[in-house]
Design a protein around this ligand. Sequence first.
Ligand code: ATR
Length: 279
Amino acid sequence: MTILTGKARIAGITGWPVGHSRSPRLHGYWLERHGIDGAYVPLPIEPANFETAIRGLMAAGFAGVNVTIPHKLAAFALCDTVDDFGRRIGAINTLVFENGRISGRNTDVWGFLSNLRANGVDPAAGPALILGAGGASRAIAAALLELGVRVTIANRTRARADALAAELPGLRVIDWDTRDHALPDNTLLVNTTSLGMAGQPPLQIDLDRAAPGLTVNDIVYVPLETPLLAAARTRGIRRVEGLGMLLHQAVPAFHAWFGVEPVVDDAMRRFVAADLLPA
Ligand code: ATR
């Protein structure tokens, strides 16, 4: 157990509910590993109390907080400044409190790109097919487009994909039912749907059509190896698991609050992954 001093830096995660979050475990691991005088705590905050709670945390000397469902929009509205990427996609996941001001950052996109790079994949290398049209898809599509990648999106509800394309110039949309046909034209496949998550049906896509050099990235991380990633493994297709995005998105936030740039390595991954195994 870490004993705090009176100068400890405190951060945490705000959500409603927040009990499922793995963030206290992963930040706690780094705090202990680096011997930091600090803590990262779960902060269940009802939506109606969000602004009061955030201003209270800032007044109480917190270094900042992560923000998860359902507070992402409310958090955006409270920020005095927002980083470029957060502003472009209208969503942030990290608040840093500095001199009575709230700065909002989007580190999810950083996490997505870093996870690919840490696995030897250049996100800018080739055309990408993204499945899904929720918040994660929107952030990932915007990031890849900014890198100059040709991005195609397929979503069960086509209208949601069309709405994204209206906001993100250059984004191509195809029908969900034609995803198998589009696969050979892409070197990166990203699943942002909930398909393959524990308790959900698996994602159906014909990996036998994969182009040589395809990388499959599933952002689902419960289970660690989704049916999509298992199918890629049996075919010898390069895969990047979703847990890495969660681990990497935490790096810039930890650095901003605690002043140390932590490393995502295998020991850390195993520590967080151990909590994801079925009980
Ligand atoms: P996020 O967590 O990224 O914000 P979300 O808004 O919860 O995502 O959306 C989940 C995604 O999974 C959506 O793209 C959803 O498709 P719809 O827009 O058609 O709802 C997709 N999804 C969920 N269940 C699905 C299913 N059974 N078949 C295909 N897509 C599905």
